[in-house]
Design a protein around this ligand. Structure first.
Ligand code: MD6
Ligand code: FE
Length: 193
């Protein structure tokens, strides 16, 4: 947990999210079970994480447009590499970045991130805007999660033995943030391929 690691660059990161979303707009994807996700998502990189009735996967193109996802902004790559290196993962080069957008009332149910090819690679997660409570569970869905507060500028480097732990985000509380208004963004930088 690198508290405030992205604070200095936060405005540039938010501007870059806006540029990514101009090419690949945020959308509410459908889970394989047929539920519309309350989190709005987009991606950048060689591959983007998608879900639809057929399942969860990474794919090189945006299903809405058929075009490749926009490239990962240089500011994301630099931050991810620096955060990973400072946590013992030198040489981290992500090829996929999922961008999550939350409004008050939005939540993310407990899940594992297991669509990536190599679980030895960490995931670098960046929180921007409204605060959230991260639910950090165990290796079984039934394990009671720890509640971890995440605020604007916090970065988490997640790798090693807990890489496949269940986790989620509790329902976002009402609020206003000077940098994002009524929104929280989360970037997760991954080596998916
Ligand atoms: C979020 N994060 O903070 C959701 N997954 O909005 C995740 O689901 C996540 O932060 C894998 C690794 C780090 C994460
Ligand atoms: Fe996740």
């Amino acid at each position: 947990m690198l508290r405030g690691f992205a604070l200095r660059e936060a405005a540039a990161l938010i501007a870059a999210i806006t540029r990514v979303a101009a090419e690949a707009p945020f959308r509410h994807m459908i889970t394989p079970g047929g539920f519309r996700m309350s989190v709005a998502m987009t991606n950048c990189g060689e591959a983007g994480w998608v879900t639809d009735r057929k399942g969860y996967r990474y794919q090189p193109t945006d299903p809405e447009s058929g075009k490749p996802w926009p490239p990962i902004p240089a500011a994301f790559l630099g931050l991810a590499a620096a955060a990973a290196a400072s946590s013992g993962f030198a040489g981290f080069r992500p090829d996929a970045c999922l961008v999550n957008r939350y409004e008050p009332g939005t939540r993310l149910t407990l899940h594992q991130d297991r669509n990536e090819r190599d679980f030895a690679q960490p995931i670098v997660s960046v929180s921007l805007g409204l605060p959230a409570t991260f639910l950090f569970g165990g290796l079984e869905r039934r394990d009671r999660p720890q509640r971890v507060p995440l605020v604007h500028g916090d970065v988490v480097v997640w790798g090693g033995p807990s890489r496949l732990n269940f986790h989620g985000v509790a329902e976002l509380a009402e609020g206003e943030h000077p940098a994002t208004g009524r929104l929280r963004y989360n970037l997760t930088l991954r080596k998916a391929l």
